[in-house]
Design a protein around this ligand. Structure first.
Ligand SMILES: *[C@@H]1O[C@H](CO)[C@@H](O)[C@H](O)[C@H]1NC(C)=O
Ligand SMILES: *[C@@H]1O[C@H](CO)[C@@H](O)[C@H](O)[C@H]1NC(C)=O
Ligand SMILES: *[C@@H]1O[C@H](CO)[C@@H](O)[C@H](O)[C@H]1NC(C)=O
Length: 362
């Protein structure tokens, strides 16, 4: 993406008076989905808007199943810091094809790092106006089931997702966290609440690093993390630390060869993305692998929460087998939720070495 686009995603559209763009994305998949890693039965389309209730009209993108169908559960998806909504397209389209409406927004460049800004303490307040806006948007009428909502997020977006999930007034049913990152040395103090503390039920601001151990809270989540831990996903604030704060009934996958940015892919050559990728220490596997595991986990988890059924149970059993196979191949490790929290748990546990050999502590 060209640098100019980064700074003025919306302004250029405003100038061309195209306030609301409705674009068709994927063609309908031919076969109904059998497994969570296959596309769902819905073709999807995207509503792009530049007149939004967010600061400076931050662009909002809503991806949803096309046609008369619905209503569908709502997933609020939060991008990583400085990351564009489009970098998650392969994840978003897949999840939406399974019958979910996904809303994303892209902040102004540099937003969360502004030392005079309100940080996540302020940003969590942007959710309520965004939900009201979604309720009123005519193009989405009848599409969204507002009683069934979940959050999803990558990196700092995982932190925002977790803060919203832990906030019970929001009534989010669950969370999907993709290499989430909580406190870091440049985001400390009262404007930066700790998501790990919030998940553990012990709200606190980002204070000293590494964070103190808060223990497990009672909120289950699905977490997928990068096996390569570097400055963008530092130990103590990363997926592994989130996994210690969610309930033991959570799903936790680590993709061994993934770096922090391996879960993202810009739609076209992007020097901006490349700089972030390099500073985060790229990863040793193709992003397609990490992205496929992230979106498969997201669908598996969301279906288990929103559409439990015998078919979902069968698919979960096959998903667990898939994770076991990839563990055997050395691609990933996983912890299946304890206590039969997920249907499909009757399959044998992953080999003991898998859990034990997770990531070394930093
Ligand atoms: C999101 O909306 C903005 C503003 O209309 C647009 O520039 C951008 O391409 C959209 N992104 C996606 C992934 O559709
Ligand atoms: C919880 O959510 C409500 C509504 O969005 C918001 O006003 C409140 O500040 C949030 N509380 C925290 C601790 O994030
Ligand atoms: C991402 O960064 C790593 C270096 O950290 C590099 O090896 C890899 O090729 C980069 N990926 C892409 C797609 O540019």
């Amino acid at each position: 993406m060209k640098t100019s686009n980064m700074f003025s995603l919306c302004r250029s559209h405003l100038q061309s008076a195209a306030f609301l763009l409705l674009c068709t994305a994927l063609a309908a998949p031919a076969v109904f989905a059998q497994d969570f890693w296959e596309p769902g039965k819905h073709a999807v389309e995207v509503l792009n808007s530049c007149t939004t209730p967010l600061p400076n009209n931050w662009p909002v993108n809503v991806t949803y199943p096309r046609g008369e169908s619905g209503p569908f559960p709502l997933i609020a998806m939060f991008n990583g810091m400085e990351c564009q909504a489009s970098w998650y397209t392969d994840i978003i389209n897949h999840v939406a094809s399974w019958g979910y409406v996904i809303v994303q927004y892209t902040t102004d460049f540099g937003f969360p790092l502004n030392p005079f800004g309100g940080g996540e303490r302020e940003e969590v307040q942007y959710l309520a106006p965004l939900l009201r806006w979604l309720e009123k948007e005519p193009k989405l009428a009848g599409k969204i089931d507002f009683a069934n909502k979940a959050v999803m997020g990558h990196s700092r977006g995982g932190k925002l997702a977790a803060l919203h999930y832990a906030n019970r007034t929001n009534n989010f049913k669950t969370a999907v966290l993709i290499d989430p990152v909580d406190c870091s040395s440049f985001a400390m103090g009262p404007s930066h609440p700790s998501a790990i503390a919030a998940l553990a039920g012990k709200p606190a601001n980002c204070g000293i690093l590494p964070l103190p151990p808060y223990g497990h809270g009672n909120l289950p989540a699905a977490i997928i993390g990068a096996g390569i831990v570097w400055m963008c996903n530092p130990g103590g604030s990363n997926a592994e630390a989130f996994n210690k704060a969610v309930s033991v009934q959570s799903l936790y996958v680590t993709v061994k060869g993934a770096g922090h940015m391996t879960f993202t892919k810009p739609p076209e050559e992007s020097s901006f993305w490349s700089i972030i990728n390099r500073s985060c220490w790229g990863g040793t596997i193709a992003s397609e692998v990490a992205i496929s595991e992230a979106r498969t986990m997201a669908v598996a988890w969301l279906e288990s929460k929103f559409r439990p059924s015998q078919e979902t149970t069968n698919r979960l059993a096959r998903y667990k087998q898939h994770l076991s196979d990839l563990t055997g191949e050395g691609v990933l490790t996983f912890n299946w939720p304890e206590g039969g929290a997920l249907p499909g748990s009757s399959l044998p546990e992953a080999p003991a070495g898998a859990a034990a050999g997770r990531r070394e502590e930093l």
